[in-house]
Design a protein around this ligand. Structure first.
Ligand code: ATP
Ligand code: MG
Length: 432
């Protein structure tokens, strides 16, 4: 990390407290804190929101921690969702319209004897808070800020790691990484989204917890992978993913050199997680079953994204780079799907002459039945063919002609061609 990168970061806990005290917390969050405080529950902002505030980055979700139990939180606020009661988490909805904010309030994890009905002493509160922070995943995520007292709590060196750009487990790394397999994914994802490096002991602990990673639900792995691939430079998370041995547990083990080339290539692609995933799997294009195994067994992309990755990783797309014949280019683009063309060209790292050759071949040309100058309705009105499979076959045959010669995409020419095709079919004895 260069000097200019951390120039805006607080250099001490005092500076951090001042910065956070000046931070513009949403009024609704302050109100939630006040309500909890008035009911006798001290409350702090924790996790990613504190981290991102210190970094001067926008953060989407607000995590509060307090001694209040989920039941108490639900009694205090009219609009709540029991998002994770078993983990002590309740979502509170506050404000309306543009000021609507949701916040997740979690009961301090793993503390005993704190909630005995009396307003607790500061010392007991701090003990419960430190207990909670000790159970969080990484030091940069284990800082807390009390928005009412303006006290900043950082007992695990989070600020130092934030300044150094390091993702480090809280406490003993191997125990923490084996406790929860998702943490390995979160570690490399945070490396990518923050542009940080992985602390060496934490990396070693990940390598020792790959069997635990295997047990994490694919949906949760997918969520982290999507965040990682959406980062400005995914390689910051992909290199540690490779070095720790996670690669084969999240994707698949293929030839090291092509993995390295793929990692370098994704940073240059548009920030589109699906396209970037396709680029990572591109080296396996000769074995599509391997790609399907990743998409169906390791990750859990949406149906649409799955199809897009499969289309983008078809080996035949490569022909786009070398084919000169405009009709052949149009056939390839039609087979791929025009909406995927720009992603495919980015994945193939097509140069400007190639791009203009392809654009030239496709400009104004119909590549799908919907883009043709006539449709089933015209064939029906002209009594050329009744609805049914014959009509579908006829439209496909016309599309082939139009892709071959775009100027044939004109109403009268197409109707004539349709009549000719029907007559041909009749004389060849196959009928309609
Ligand atoms: P972002 O919101 O940018 O995805 P985040 O760090 O805020 O990142 P959340 O999922 O919102 O992630 O989690 C909020 C906080 O909860 C984290 O900052 C961390 O302190 C804690 N946390 C989340 N997941 C885990 C986990 N698997 N193990 C331990 N602590 C966790
Ligand atoms: Mg968060």
């Amino acid at each position: 990390m260069t000097l200019s990168d951390d120039a805006g970061l607080p250099r001490s806990a005092n500076e951090a407290a001042t910065l956070l005290a000046d931070a513009a917390l949403p009024a609704a969050i302050l109100e939630v804190a006040q309500t909890l405080h008035a009911a006798g529950h001290e409350v702090v902002l924790v996790g990613g929101a504190v981290r991102d505030f210190l970094l001067g980055r926008a953060h989407g979700d607000w995590d509060l921690a307090s001694a209040a139990t989920p039941e108490e939180v639900m009694r205090l606020f009219p609009r709540t969702i029991p998002t994770g009661i078993e983990h002590g988490t309740v979502t509170v909805i506050c404000g309306r319209g543009r000021d609507r904010v949701t916040t997740e309030i979690t009961t301090f994890r793993g503390e005993g004897g704190y909630t005995d009905g009396r307003r607790p002493s500061e010392v007991r509160f701090l003990r419960a808070l430190v207990d909670d922070l000790a159970r969080r995943d990484f030091t940069v995520n284990a800082m807390a800020f009390n928005p009412l007292t303006k006290v900043f709590t950082d007992v695990f060196g989070g600020l130092e790691d934030l300044r150094a750009g390091v993702i480090r487990a809280v406490g003993e790394p191997s125990a923490r990484l084996r406790e929860d397999g998702l943490r390995a994914m979160r570690a490399v994802r945070l490396c990518a989204t923050l542009g940080y490096r992985l602390d060496a002991a934490t990396a070693a602990a990940i390598s020792g917890a790959l069997d635990i990673l295997d047990r994490v639900s694919r949906e949760r792995v997918q969520v982290e992978m999507t965040k990682l691939l959406g980062a400005p430079r995914p390689s910051r998370g992909l290199w540690p993913m490779l070095e720790t041995g996670m690669w084969g547990h999240v994707l698949a083990d293929y030839e090291r050199g092509s993995i390295e080339a793929a990692i370098e290539a994704v940073d240059r692609l548009p920030a589109n997680a699906t396209l970037r995933l396709a680029r990572l799997l591109w080296p396996m294009r000769a074995a599509p079953a391997g790609i399907e195994a990743v998409l169906d067994g390791r990750l859990r992309p949406s149906r649409d994204d799955r199809l897009r990755v499969l289309a983008l990783t078809r080996a035949r797309n490569e022909a786009l780079l070398t084919v000169d014949d405009p009709a052949r280019i149009r056939r390839e683009v039609a087979a791929l799907g025009r909406d995927l063309l720009s992603d495919a060209l980015a994945l193939l790292d097509a140069d400007p002459p190639t791009r203009s050759r392809i654009e030239g071949a496709c400009a104004g040309a119909a590549l799908t039945a919907a883009e043709m100058a006539i449709g089933g309705r015209d064939l029906l009105a002209e009594k050329i063919v009744p609805p049914g499979p014959a009509m579908g076959r006829l439209l496909s045959a016309l599309l082939v002609q139009v892709i071959e010669a775009p100027r044939r995409n004109e109403r009268e020419a197409l109707l004539a061609a349709a009549r000719a095709l029907v007559a041909e079919e009749l004389t060849s004895g196959r009928g309609g």
